[in-house]
Ligand binder design. Structure first.
Ligand SMILES: Cc1cc2nc3c(=O)[nH]c(=O)nc-3n(C[C@H](O)[C@H](O)[C@H](O)COP(=O)(O)OP(=O)(O)OC[C@H]3O[C@@H](n4cnc5c(N)ncnc54)[C@H](O)[C@@H]3O)c2cc1C
Length: 398
């Protein structure tokens, strides 16, 4: 098949990889360009929501994630000092999904499984150290300028999926702005072997916690916990990153005579941003290239994978001859969900956990406990927080 028929996918994060799998399975040739020398391995997503696991099941990816992760039937919001908690039990969703739980598994493991799939199946040319530096399009197709080991190459294709993440080059090249805000705080994600579950009564694998010193979250992964921590009042990022300061923050969660074994600490800033359009002609944005949200609630990667499923469904039809205008449905279906569900929920989750006033915290917790204890309310709440509602709303848009 002529190169002009293929789809160029920029970025081998979860969104680019699953887009390649979906198109490849439909018999559409793709070239996947990744700027890095291999798959990204940085400390990022850990939570997989039920509908994402349902979607990945036919590719054998869900089974691999489950094998490599931790099934988490509940998650909770708790008060550190009193251990009072609102525990949300996802088994209430068992009639809505084949996977009524959150799965805790590192994002980079998914990358490995997806690349395995691409190596064994389909027609994807995966190119590492291939940084897209410019894009152009005309009535017949798209062209990417790619820098490979200092050499410049031009690739032609019929369409392009920009899955090149928060700093998307493609987004800049088509002059789209990622509008919104950056939150003031820096968060530190510290991975430790310390077994919090042996010390804090009734923990789930995902815990969002208020404490007298502020807030933190504890996320369990196979063999380790990740703690999301914040600088203390008046502490700079550099000061907070010092091993002694990190140790002090962890000791405040559970005091132990032995120092914590900390495997990795990653500081990051969080944003609430979205582009005004996901489509410019033959170029389509998906995942972090199109929208960014607080990781509170674990929705960024999941939402990006949902983008990829919606987009590839439509792109397969267009590639086979349907009217290219069909691609606007992708924008109509996914952009409002990102803005009104994902970004808005993540913003509320973050604001709730940043609350410092003890009275308001108590009121939030009482309200959440009332929801968790009422099966009808709990189901409604979990359908939203597990991203099932958003997908159903998107599917109803024509
Ligand atoms: C600390 C943290 C925790 C998180 N936890 C969760 C969670 O639990 N659940 C959840 O759903 N989400 C979570 N997220 C969000 C999630 O990590 C992102 O939403 C997800 O990585 C987006 O995937 P993507 O494929 O769109 O982009 P990315 O994963 O950023 O991948 C983009 C890829 O494009 C490549 N690239 C960039 N520019 C170019 C170029 N010019 N040419 C070629 N390649 C290029 C990059 O090297 C990269 O490999 C978390 C994020 C952070 C920071």
């Amino acid at each position: 098949m002529a190169d002009t028929q293929r789809v160029i996918i920029v970025g081998a994060g979860p969104v680019g990889l699953i887009s390649a799998i979906r198109l490849s399975e439909a018999g559409i040739p793709t070239v996947l360009c990744e700027a890095g020398p291999g798959l990204p391995h940085d400390l990022r997503a850990s939570t997989w929501h039920p509908p994402t696991l349902d979607m990945l099941q036919p590719y054998g990816l869900t089974d691999r994630l489950i094998e490599a992760g931790l099934i988490s039937p509940t998650w909770q919001i708790r008060d550190h000092e009193t251990s009072d908690r609102a525990v949300f039990d996802l088994s209430i969703l068992s009639e809505e999904t084949d996977h009524p739980y959150r799965l805790q598994c590192e994002q980079h493991k998914f990358g490995g499984f997806a690349l395995d799939w691409l190596t064994r199946n389909g027609d994807t040319e995966t190119r590492f150290s291939a940084k897209v530096t410019g894009v152009e399009q005309d009535a017949d197709g798209v062209m990417a300028t790619v820098e490979v080991d200092g050499e410049i190459e031009q690739l032609r294709g019929a369409y392009m999926i920009a899955a090149d993440g928060a700093k998307s080059t493609v987004r800049d090249a088509v002059d789209l702005k990622l509008s919104g805000k950056t939150y003031p705080e820096t968060t530190f994600l510290a991975t430790t072997t310390f077994p919090f579950h042996d010390h804090l009564e009734g923990l789930s694998n995902v815990n969002y916690v208020w404490s007298k010193d502020g807030t933190f979250s504890l996320l369990r992964l196979p063999g380790v916990w990740r703690a999301s921590l914040y600088p203390d009042e008046g502490e700079t990022v550099e000061q907070a990153l010092a091993p002694a300061a990190m140790e002090a923050k962890l000791q405040r969660i559970v005091a132990t005579p032995e120092p914590y074994e900390v495997l990795e600490v990653r500081p990051y800033r969080i944003h609430q941003r979205i582009v005004e359009n996901y489509r410019v002609g033959r170029i389509l944005l998906a995942g972090d290239a199109a929208h960014l949200n607080s990781p509170s609630g674990g929705m960024g990667m999941n939402g990006g994978i949902h983008d990829a499923f919606c987009l590839t469904d439509l792109l397969i039809q267009v590639w086979r001859g349907a009217d290219p205008g069909l691609l606007d449905r992708y924008v109509r279906q996914r952009r409002p969900i990102a803005e009104k569900q994902i970004l808005a929920q993540a913003d509320r989750n973050r604001a709730r956990m940043q609350e410092r006033d003890p009275e308001r915290r108590r009121a939030h917790l009482a309200e959440l406990q009332a929801i968790a204890d009422d099966p009808v309310k709990a189901k409604g709440f979990l359908l939203r927080s597990s991203m099932i509602d958003g997908l159903r709303q998107a599917a109803a848009v024509t």
